[in-house]
Design a protein around this ligand. Structure first.
Ligand SMILES: [Zn+2]
Length: 218
């Protein structure tokens, strides 16, 4: 939903920091049938993510969460699973200060909730089981994974470590995963996130703006 909040930019606004990016808030608003924008009358902070934005790598991940959520979800429709995913991922970035795994988790689950995740256990070409110890090859354009034998030029490789990261992300909730000693490495998480962001960009048919910041930093 989009709305206007009267006087929100004034220094002593009653809205305070509640309308900052990604703030988790309770909100009261009026809707008029003829207007697209709702009128925000009151906001109450539940959880702020403003501090996390002061760390550069964290702020890039949070900006990506925000941009992806806004782009992928339909307007004016409750999307409970995506909401819980966003909150879980933003809280993990804020709590750990390490955005690689939360970003991989967020991107993979966004792809899965969108129905775009290919099978990670069977080759889309020959149907053979994908070996956990061998690389798999991806065709982001059709969102499919194939085995080494069915590999064709131009396909993206996904290393065994990144495939392992994908399995862990699908099996374990992010807040528990970040506490584990065998959690995916930042490198495997980055490789996985990179492929998932490619799939998302393919689905939305454009480049993600915040992703450029990610790449210039890496
Ligand atoms: Zn195959």
């Amino acid at each position: 939903m989009r709305g206007v909040a009267g006087g929100a930019r004034k220094p002593k606004s009653r809205f305070g920091a509640t309308l900052e990016r990604l703030s988790y808030i309770r909100i009261w608003f009026f809707e008029r049938e003829t207007r697209e924008l709702v009128r925000i009358s009151q906001c109450e902070m539940i959880e702020s993510f403003l501090d996390a934005f002061s760390d550069y790598p964290s702020s890039v991940a949070l900006a990506l969460f925000s941009e992806i959520t806004e782009t992928v979800l339909p307007d004016r429709e409750p999307s409970d699973a995506n909401f819980r995913l966003l909150l879980l991922a933003a809280q993990a970035v804020k709590r750990t200060g390490k955005p690689d795994l939360p970003l991989a988790y967020f991107a993979l689950w966004t792809v899965k909730l969108g129905g775009w995740l290919p099978s990670l256990t069977r080759c889309a070409q020959c149907g053979a089981a994908l070996d956990a110890d061998a690389a798999a090859y991806f065709v982001p354009s059709v969102s499919a994974a194939v085995c080494g034998k069915c590999r064709k030029p131009g396909m993206r490789m996904l290393s065994p470590a990144a495939q392992g990261a994908a399995r862990k992300v699908l099996e374990e909730r992010l807040d528990r995963l970040t506490e584990k000693s065998d959690a995916p490495s930042p490198r495997a998480a980055r490789e996985l996130a990179d492929l998932m962001l490619d799939i998302i960009e393919r689905q939305i048919d454009r480049k993600l703006k915040a992703r450029e910041l990610l790449e210039s930093h890496a």
